[in-house]
Ligand binder design. Structure first.
Ligand code: NAD
Length: 326
């Protein structure tokens, strides 16, 4: 059994605490929040302890979820690393690249593992798509949300777009070579809608759009590569694949599959195959915590490491700089 705790039990921290109770192999020792009343109420509900200080909670655990507002991630994470505790840090890892770099470096020196809460990597729609993704050439992503005051203290790039930045960085194995972005503040004082074109060495391009002022919510990623087009709907948890295959590779899959017809290319006959891979019924946040539990136990490396969180933040910062130059 590993001992865990949650620091910051606002909107998302409460969900972390409740889900930790469901993770086999983990024991929720307690929670800490600067709002002592909220922490005590939740602790009573979950049958755990509301610790009086962040240090007291850290001392009672092997690893913690840090779910404070982003501006406090750095300071709380430093306390955790100092005590040698493994950290699940909600996304974005920190407010600035400099802070994230420092955390990653110190954690490495102290043998502390950091996992960052880029939850879409655990979305079963992406997991179903991954075996089909080989060498993406073009991405089109839309993450559109209705306006809510929560989260508007940071630009939509750090709040929403960073999810797609992280997923795309995990699928392209080369470096970012350029970023060109536009954005507008409409309702809040920060950027509410943004679009970025990210170019990678080797030629892959991502056209990424995020908005928090949209009437109709959407969380979709479309991926184009030679011989295949994939559509991933993170909200509906649905994946569709259109791919070209010779007769031989067109059969043998377990997923729902139709042959949409035949085309001839370079004197080869190819089938246009439509597939709807099976998408597992899983709660991405619980799955994320289960994987972190394995990290704390020393059985696995984090799927989304502190370094991944840093890379996503670096690209987000380039996007913000590009918007500011407009
Ligand atoms: P929130 O404002 O609802 O909750 C934050 C809580 O932290 C509050 O209860 C506050 O009292 C407490 N707090 C503030 N400073 C603290 C400190 N120094 N120590 C301990 N507690 C402190 O915020 P939220 O919406 O739950 O977001 C929290 C984090 O989760 C943010 O980093 C946000 O970006 C991230 N988040 C991630 C996702 C996702 O999809 N992965 C979704 C929402 C939020």
């Amino acid at each position: 059994m590993i001992k865990v705790g949650v620091i910051g039990v606002g909107h998302l921290g409460k969900v972390h605490a409740k889900l930790w109770k469901e993770v086999a192999g983990a024991e929720l020792m307690g929670v800490f929040d600067t709002n002592i009343e909220e922490a005590s109420k939740l602790a009573a509900e979950l049958g755990c302890k509301a610790y009086p200080t962040v240090q007291a909670l850290l001392d009672a655990t092997d690893g913690v979820s840090i779910v404070t507002p982003t501006s406090f991630h750095y300071q709380v994470a430093l306390e955790g690393i100092d005590r040698g505790k493994h950290l699940f840090i909600e996304k974005p890892i920190t407010s600035t690249v400099a802070e994230a770099k420092e955390l990653v470096e110190i954690a490495k020196k102290k043998n502390v593992q950091i996992q960052v809460g880029h939850i879409e990597r655990f979305n079963p729609a992406l997991l179903a798509a991954e075996p089909y993704i080989k060498e993406p050439k073009f991405f089109e992503s839309h993450r559109l949300a209705q306006f809510k005051p929560r989260g508007t203290d940071v630009a939509v790039v750090l709040d929403l777009m960073i999810h797609d930045i992280d997923v795309i960085l995990s699928l392209v194995k080369t470096d970012v070579v350029s970023v060109d972005a536009s954005g507008v503040s409409v309702v809040s004082d920060e950027i509410d809608i943004a679009n970025a074109r990210i170019k990678f060495a080797g030629g892959a391009v991502a056209n990424v759009t995020a908005s928090r002022i949209s009437q109709n919510p959407m969380r979709k990623l479309r991926i184009f590569e030679r011989d295949a087009y994939l559509s991933i709907d993170f909200a509906a948890k649905n994946t569709e694949v259109f791919r070209l295959a010779s007769k031989k590779d067109a059969s043998g899959s377990n997923s729902l599959q139709f042959n949409l017809g035949e085309i001839e290319r370079a004197e080869r006959k190819l089938n246009i195959i439509y597939e709807k891979p099976e998408v597992k019924d899983l709660n991405p946040l619980r799955y994320e915590l289960e994987r972190f539990c394995e990290v704390v136990s020393g059985n696995n490396a984090p799927i989304v490491s502190g370094y991944d969180g840093l890379r996503a933040l670096e690209v987000a910062e380039h996007i913000m700089t590009s918007i500011e130059k407009e």
